[in-house]
Design a protein around this ligand. Structure first.
Ligand code: FMN
Length: 335
């Protein structure tokens, strides 16, 4: 029988608001003897994420979201990385909570983290405040002019829409039911009825012919050109531990942006495509770019995305560490 103290339950539930690519929410928790285990479920694998970059980033984002949520509840979280796998399960690590000491400072991002969300609307071109630029720089983000990134995103997007794996990934995680607990909906993606019909046509065709791919790509590019800036976040190396650490910084960057009254929208496609990823690295001068997002002052707020319940994210029992892993398993079998 699982027994979770009320304060931990509140933190875990708020942690589940962490961002993940396609809102796949690949994380699972297990109640262990000395705290909680964090696992990654490969059944929520994204075939278009063959290096598991998005998976590791969102695991890092989850860890940081949990750590900040803990602070809102007068607690502190300790996390120990495990990275061991068993079949389709990746044991990411263990975490525990303890009461904060009276003199322990509260992270300034703890409060604003509760309100973080992606905003895919159009932005104004108001320049970013210098303090925000400095904060993003300290978190390992390089800011690039939108124009410099637009041609790469256009090329990447056209390649993606012509690629069956990309379209299949999107089809897997796109749900017509606006209340679906995981995945993306037309409401969340701000698609009009016509755009939703067009997306279903793309799903049926499996990939798009070049002229249609160009048309689909133009939306991303238009939004990007109107942004105030584009950020490129780098990791120390392409290994799992460094990617998880980068995911923690990514989450902090996104919270800092929202806290300043600005908005962000990830554009992963430029890094997903082998045709454009090296150019992104070159333009930004970042050796291992792991995330690209546009930034600006939003014209309107964005809808709140759905989440799975805590119960559905809990594994029936703790699994503990098993065999060591270099990269995530499952890529070959899932593709
Ligand atoms: C690593 C990562 C990559 C993402 N890439 C994209 C992207 O390319 N395009 C996009 O619209 N959203 C992207 N997202 C945003 C997710 O779709 C979003 O976080 C999720 O739907 C939950 O919504 P929320 O961020 O508003 O809570 C990405 C998120 C993460 C963590």
């Amino acid at each position: 029988v699982l027994s979770i103290p009320q304060v931990h339950r509140a933190i875990l539930e708020e942690g589940l608001r962490a961002p993940s690519a396609h809102n796949a929410q690949p994380w699972r928790f297990a109640v262990g003897s000395a705290g909680y285990e964090l696992h990654y479920d490969h059944h929520d694998y994204l075939p278009f994420d063959p290096d598991d970059r998005d998976a590791y980033l969102c695991l890092g984002a989850l860890i940081e979201t949990l750590a900040l949520a803990a602070q809102r509840h007068g607690q502190r979280m300790e996390f120990a990385l495990g990275l061991e796998r068993q079949g389709s399960d990746l044991f990411v690590g263990t975490f525990s909570f303890r009461a904060a000491r009276p003199d322990e400072p509260v992270d300034p991002l703890a409060g604003p983290a509760a309100d973080r969300h992606t905003n895919r609307r159009q932005y104004r071109r108001d320049p970013l405040p210098a303090a925000l630029e400095a904060e993003l720089g300290a978190l390992g983000c390089t800011l690039v002019a939108p124009g410099a990134m637009a041609t790469m995103v256009a090329r990447a997007s056209i390649h993606a829409w012509r690629d069956r794996r990309f379209v299949r990934d999107l089809r897997t995680w796109f749900h017509d039911d606006p209340t679906a607990p995981t995945g993306m909906t037309a409401e969340g993606l701000l698609l009009s009825r016509i755009e939703t019909v067009a997306l279903h046509l793309a799903f049926r065709a499996g990939r798009l012919p070049a002229p249609l791919a160009t048309l689909y790509a133009s939306r991303d590019v238009r939004l990007l050109r109107r942004a105030a800036s584009v950020a490129v976040l780098g990791a120390d190396d392409p290994g799992p531990a460094a990617m998880i650490e980068a995911g923690r910084r990514l989450l902090r960057a996104w919270v800092a942006v929202c806290a300043a009254g600005y908005a962000y929208h990830p554009i992963s496609i430029a890094l997903d495509r082998p045709e454009t990823a090296p150019d992104v690295a070159g333009v930004a001068g970042v050796a291992h770019p792991v995330a690209v997002f546009r930034l600006g002052r939003p014209r309107r707020g964005a809808p709140r995305s759905n989440r799975r319940t805590l119960e559905s994210a809990l594994l029936p029992e703790a699994k503990g560490p098993a065999e060591p892993v270099g990269t995530c398993p499952g890529a070959a079998s899932a593709r």
